[in-house]
Ligand binder design. Structure first.
Ligand code: HEM
Length: 294
């Protein structure tokens, strides 16, 4: 089937592997949406009130733009989080391609880009010490870099790579929720040592707790995403047919016909592609130049 996706003409190859998986059989969608709503309910109100005294981050006295940037960061971060559920949900992607494209642009242009730039400045001026400063600067740069790479891949029609980069981007976005759980765990472990390891020094205690929390949250989340991507190469989703560019399919059909014409030829290039479409893990080797496949 031919269709237009991100302004590119693409073709679906192969059949879905078995019965399509309905949205209610994706058990992670509901908890993810629930976590995002709970996070928003607790994290946003102090900043949406535009009352600096309710901020949980003390503003550096020599940086008056800190609070406006924090509010901008929280609003854009929330836009990014709100978009994540729809973008990462295979059923929604497959049934609402135009909405997927629009929400994707909102995620990048109204969420990650302004939220990440504001986050970068906030990170460089954090009052919570040098360890969390380095962690947050790294995270902001990765969030921006990874998301823009995913965006560019979609614009170029390299959808397999687009998917991989966006899974990493969504992981970083959602790691802000993991951060809150890790913070509680790190606090509970270190708090009894406040008067021993930290010699009663509260600043030291806060900076170490914030630093460990910051580094642990996003590195562990990103490592898990990499493990998942390597363990289940595309197309892992049983209801997601393989998407390749039309020129790549034409190229493969040509190669297939050429090999069939040879004595003993099997037309293996195209059949390999179809196997990919039904979820069989056969790596496509050169000269099968399927758009975006690693
Ligand atoms: C993924 C990249 C992100 C980076 C690098 C980042 C960085 C930061 C930084 C540096 C601060 C100020 C705290 C400090 O000085 O240490 C902050 C605060 C905050 N960020 Fe982010 N952030 C990111 C993503 C998000 C997302 C997706 C949200 C979702 C809404 C979010 C919500 C918040 C909130 C609510 C605060 C205020 C702190 C609080 O009330 O607990 N951030 N962020």
């Amino acid at each position: 089937m031919r269709m237009t996706y991100a302004d590119e003409e693409i073709e679906t190859v192969g059949q879905p592997n078995g019965t399509p998986v309905r949205w209610w059989r994706r058990p992670w969608i509901v908890p993810l949406a629930f976590l995002i709503v709970v996070f928003g309910t607790f994290s946003l109100p102090p900043y949406l009130s535009l009352d600096p005294s309710r901020s949980r981050v003390p503003a550096p006295s020599d940086f008056p733009l800190h609070y406006p940037l924090l509010v901008l960061h929280v609003i854009c971060g929330s836009i990014a989080l709100g978009c994540v559920v729809f973008q990462i949900w295979p059923w929604f992607r497959n049934h609402h391609r135009t909405a997927h494209r629009r929400i994707g642009r909102t995620y990048v242009l109204a969420g990650v880009l302004p939220g990440g730039l504001a986050g970068l400045v906030l990170a460089a001026t954090t009052p919570f010490g040098p360890v969390i400063k380095v962690s947050s600067v790294m995270m902001a740069l990765l969030w921006l870099g990874i998301t823009l790479t995913g965006f560019v891949m979609a614009r170029r029609g390299r959808f397999v790579e687009h998917r991989r980069w966006m899974i990493r981007s969504f992981t970083l976005t959602c790691s802000i929720i993991l951060n809150r759980f890790v913070a509680v765990a790190v606090f509970l472990v270190l708090q009894p040592q406040q008067n021993t390891t930290f010699a009663g020094n509260e600043t030291w205690f806060v900076q170490v707790t914030a630093g460990i929390t910051g580094w642990l949250s996003w590195t562990v989340a990103l490592l898990l995403a990499e493990w998942w991507l390597e363990r289940r190469p595309y197309p892992a989703d049983r209801d997601t047919p393989r998407l390749v560019s039309v020129s790549a399919v034409a190229n493969l059909k040509q190669q297939s016909a050429a090999t069939k014409a040879q004595p003993g030829g099997t037309g293996r290039y195209y059949s390999r592609l179809c196997k990919q479409g039904v979820g069989v893990r056969v790596p496509l080797a050169p000269p099968c130049d399927v758009s975006g496949h690693r």
